[in-house]
Design a protein around this ligand. Structure first.
Ligand code: TYD
Length: 337
């Protein structure tokens, strides 16, 4: 039966991939995107669906109760991506993380309680668990966030759990690992380093470059959310792992090799304060629902790097802002010493 789905943050990286996927995969679903179009949310990201008859775009902020109430009217499912997501930005300017990630999620949950939606998927992150020195976190592991970003997401995650326990809001939580793919804002490791390499500029690796992340391709990420939305058990959290643990220096080398650039472009810079050493997730709970990642990491990374090389028109308008912000970040980290 046809459903109406509200996707918050649908003009962002993962939200736009999820929106495209829903429109293509479910021919009787109507999809609404609510997005504030901050620096990372861009209408261009929705170009593939913008004029589709089953798609509607609403410009609004999750912190604004009336926008959220209007957007959620008549909606069956909510998938809540909207958030500030970059650790470095959260270290320099935490305010927007607290207001959007925590308070915005509160407005979303509160409205869902009033409207009475059928399912509410809250998109959390593996960063809520903190650094995994060894082994892998299960959904039962304690939340021990390190950065203001991770703490804001942990606050939102706990609120979502409380709204299920206290009010019976049909919440499902996903905690995905580091995601990559086309259209990711070039503040994150893979797109940032790709643009630096394309310009023959140094790749600034924090600390010793031996930090480890588990990389999840965006298409596997959106399929996992689909599985949790339709088959997950209400009240439960699900880890989404990529199964591709790599050090940052390994990822940097792969980017350089793809573009035929020398490894001498790698430059070690002052470390990020509170930098988590490693993220690792046990995803057996999600796999029991029938999901598994399909992407081959090296191939998906190469395709992503080449997408940036071929889509200058996508990143050219935002590059300057990002470079200025980065300079500010590096100066701030260096001055702390
Ligand atoms: P990032 O993409 O910011 O994601 P997260 O911090 O949420 O994991 O960073 C991924 C890893 O890459 C992280 O260990 C920090 C490191 N990193 C650098 O070394 N240099 C950089 O310029 C950036 C953006 C990240």
């Amino acid at each position: 039966m046809g459903k109406s789905v509200l996707v918050t943050g649908g003009a962002g990286f993962i939200g736009s991939h999820f929106t495209e996927y829903l429109i293509q995969q479910y021919l009787d679903y109507e999809v609404r995107v609510l997005d504030a179009l901050t620096y990372a949310g861009r209408r261009e990201n929705l170009a593939a669906v913008d004029t589709h008859p089953r798609f509607t775009f609403i410009h609004g902020d999750v912190r604004d109760r009336s926008s959220v109430q209007q957007a959620m009217q008549g909606v069956h499912y909510v998938v809540h991506f909207a958030a500030e997501t970059h650790v470095d930005r959260s270290i320099l300017s935490p305010d927007a993380f607290i207001t959007t990630d925590v308070y915005g999620t509160f407005i979303m949950l509160e409205t869902a309680r009033q409207v009475g939606v059928e399912r509410f998927v809250h998109v959390s992150t593996d960063e809520v668990y903190g650094s995994a020195e060894q082994g892998a976190f299960t959904e039962q592991s304690p939340l021990q966030p390190s950065s203001p970003y991770a703490a804001s997401k942990a606050g939102a995650d706990l609120l979502a759990q409380a709204y299920h326990r206290t009010y019976g809001v049909p919440v499902l939580i996903v905690r995905p690992s580091n995601t990559f793919g086309p259209r990711q804002y070039p503040e994150k490791l893979i797109p940032f380093f790709t643009l630096r390499a394309l310009h023959d500029e140094p790749l600034p690796l924090y600390g010793d470059g031996q930090q480890r992340r588990d990389w999840l391709y965006v298409h596997d990420h959106v399929r996992a959310i689909d599985v949790v939305l339709h088959k997950g058990q209400v009240g439960e959290a699900y880890n989404i792992a990529g199964g591709n643990e790599r050090t940052n220096i390994e990822v940097s080398r792969l980017i350089l090799h793809t573009l035929g650039k020398p490894e001498s472009l790698i430059q070690f810079v002052e470390d990020r304060p509170g930098h988590d050493r490693r993220y690792a997730l046990d995803d057996s709970k999600l796999r029991a629902l029938g999901w598994q990642p399909q992407a081959d990491f090296e191939i998906a990374l190469r395709q992503t790097v080449l997408w940036y090389a071929q889509h200058r028109e996508w990143w050219q308008p935002i590059l300057q802002e990002q470079l200025e912000y980065r300079e500010f970040v590096e100066q701030w980290y260096a001055q702390r010493q």
